[in-house]
Design a protein around this ligand. Structure first.
Ligand code: ZN
Length: 314
C-alpha cells in the first residue's frame, strides 16, 4: 500500500488572532506588528492577523485597525481577519483586510456561550455579512468551531456539519474551515467525517484548524492530508486557546506542522529555520510557548556531535 499525499499545502498562520487572544496580558501593538512582519519573511502566504470583534469582548484585539494598517503593505501575504458581524466586516475592509473569515459553532451550546445565539440565528445573521463583503469585492470564508467535538455536547454528528456547509455553499462561500477548537477529534473520526463531507460537497475547499489539546492534532492533520486536504491553520510556538471553551489549549505549532510535512516531502513553501527563529522570538516576548516540539528538540536536520569515548550515552 502506498501513501498518496498532495505535493503542496497552504498553511495559514493564525497566532496573531487565535494565539494572542488567549493571552491574559495585553501585548503591545508594536510587538504584534513586529511578530507579523517577521512571520511574513518566512514564506508564509496567509496570516490571520486579528479579529474585528467588539473591543470589550476581546480587549487583547482592541487594536485590530492599527495592526492591520501597519502590515497592509505586505502585498505578498493574504491578510485574513475574523468578523462576527457587518460592523466588523466594515471595520476590517476599511483597514485593508483582503479576506474575511466568518465564525460559527457546530452546536447550540457553544454558539450560545460564544456568540449568544443559536447556530440557526448565527447563520441567518451571516447572510448580511456575506452580502456586504461581496458588494465590496472581498473574499469570505466560513468556519465551523467545535466541528468534531463540543466541550458541552460531546461528539458532533456529521449531519450538523453538512447542514452548515450546505448553507455556506448557498451563500456563495467556497472555503470552510473545520475547527477542532478543543482538540476532541481523533484520526478515525477525522477519516469518517471527511469522507462524508467530501462525498457530499466535493466542490468546496476545506481548511483544517486543529488544536493539539490532547496530542492528536498531527495525526488528524495527516488523515486530512491523505484525503487530499491542502489547507491548514497553525500557530507559531503552538499558541492559542478559546476564550469560550474551558481547558482549550493551543493550535498545532506552525513550526511542527511545517517540519513534519517537509520531512515527508510535502512542500509548504515555508522556511522552517526562519520560522523557528520567529517562534523563539515570540516565546521570549510572551514569556512562554503553547507546546511546540521543535522549540524543544529542534529540526531533524540539526545533527549533534557524536559522543566521544568518555561521554557514552546510556
Ligand atoms: Zn482555534
Amino acid at each position: 500500500m502506498s501513501m498518496r499525499l498532495p505535493q503542496n499545502v497552504m498553511i495559514c498562520e493564525v497566532a496573531p488572532r487565535d494565539g494572542f487572544q488567549a493571552e491574559k496580558t495585553f501585548i503591545p501593538t508594536g510587538l504584534k506588528i513586529e511578530i507579523i512582519r517577521a512571520l511574513a519573511e518566512t514564506g508564509v502566504r496567509q496570516i490571520e492577523v486579528t479579529s474585528f470583534v467588539h473591543p470589550k469582548a476581546i480587549p487583547q484585539l482592541k487594536d485590530a485597525e492599527e495592526v492591520v494598517r501597519a502590515v497592509e503593505d505586505l502585498k505578498h501575504i493574504t491578510l485574513r481577519a475574523l468578523v462576527p458581524n457587518v460592523k466588523g466586516a466594515q471595520r476590517a475592509i476599511d483597514s485593508g483586510i483582503k479576506k474575511l473569515k466568518l465564525m460559527l459553532s457546530a452546536t447550540d451550546s457553544h454558539s450560545l456561550s460564544n456568540a449568544n445565539c443559536t447556530v440557526k440565528e448565527a447563520m441567518d445573521a451571516q447572510e448580511a455579512i456575506v452580502e456586504y463583503a461581496q458588494n465590496n469585492g472581498t473574499e469570505v470564508s466560513g468556519s465551523i468551531s467545535v466541528a468534531f467535538g463540543c466541550p458541552y455536547e460531546g461528539r458532533v454528528p456529521v449531519e450538523k456539519l453538512l447542514q452548515i456547509i450546505s448553507r455556506y455553499r448557498s451563500m456563495g462561500i467556497r472555503e470552510v474551515s473545520l475547527a477542532d477548537t478543543t482538540g476532541m477529534a481523533n484520526p478515525m473520526q477525522m477519516h469518517q467525517t471527511l469522507k462524508t463531507i467530501l462525498d457530499s460537497f466535493s466542490d468546496m475547499t476545506y481548511s483544517m484548524h486543529l488544536h493539539n489539546t490532547r496530542g492528536m492534532a498531527f495525526a488528524n492533520a495527516l488523515v486530512a492530508l491523505e484525503h487530499g486536504v491542502t489547507h491548514f491553520d497553525a500557530s507559531i510556538a503552538g499558541l492559542g486557546g478559546c476564550p469560550y471553551a474551558p481547558g482549550a489549549t493551543g493550535n498545532i505549532a506552525t513550526e511542527d506542522l511545517v517540519h513534519a510535512f517537509e520531512e515527508m516531502g510535502v512542500s509548504t513553501g515555508i522556511d522552517v529555520d526562519a520560522l523557528l527563529l520567529v517562534a523563539e522570538k515570540t516565546k521570549s516576548i510572551l514569556g512562554h510557548d503553547g507546546g511546540s516540539f521543535l522549540l524543544q528538540a529542534g529540526p531533524c536536520s540539526r545533527l549533534h556531535e557524536k559522543p566521544t569515548g568518555q561521554h557514552k550515552q546510556g
